[in-house]
Write a protein that binds this ligand. Structure first.
Ligand code: HEC
Length: 128
């Protein structure tokens, strides 16, 4: 009698455990898919940017509008660091992530299309 009730409790416990396990699994799966899709889109953005041959003049104009407040009119640095020879320290992918990612506050993330991102990259390369 007592063994059959304990095995019923055990079965209940196993069922509960399985339920929780499945819920956790599904949640993880959803998180992973969101991460994966985001990652793919970021990669697509980076690849697209790197395919384009940007213009230094356009990039210079963009820099004057968006970046000089922190990096200085000659990009020698103010609040943000000096950006001369930045392209020797960071590769293009890292610079794109820096500008679009908002990884290092107070520097904001910029929503910028691949053409303009490529222009900015060209400009930063011209500072070497
Ligand atoms: C609100 C101020 C601010 C603005 C605007 C800003 N930045 Fe920055 N930026 C920073 C700060 C601060 C850092 C240093 C972050 C850190 O590494 O701690 C930085 C870092 C960087 C770096 C990495 C430098 C390194 O040595 O690792 C790059 C590249 C950069 N910024 C490019 C840009 C570009 C391009 C723009 C314009 C589209 C821009 N930033 C606009 C503040 C700013």
């Amino acid at each position: 009698m007592s063994t059959s009730s304990s095995s019923a409790a055990e079965r209940d416990f196993k069922r509960e455990f399985l339920k929780i396990f499945i819920i956790v699994f599904v949640v993880l799966l959803i998180c992973f898919s969101i991460y994966f899709v985001n990652h793919q889109e970021n990669n697509k953005y980076i690849l697209k940017t790197l395919e384009i041959n940007g213009s230094v003049e356009e990039g210079n104009a963009l820099f004057k509008i968006n970046c000089v407040g922190c990096h200085g009119i000659t990009a020698r640095g103010l609040v943000g660091p000096d950006l001369h020879s930045i392209t020797q320290r960071l590769n293009d992918k890292e610079i794109i992530k820096q500008v679009t990612g908002g990884l290092t506050p107070p520097m904001p993330s910029f929503e910028i299309d691949p053409v303009n991102m490529s222009n900015l990259l060209k400009f930063l390369h011209s500072l070497e």
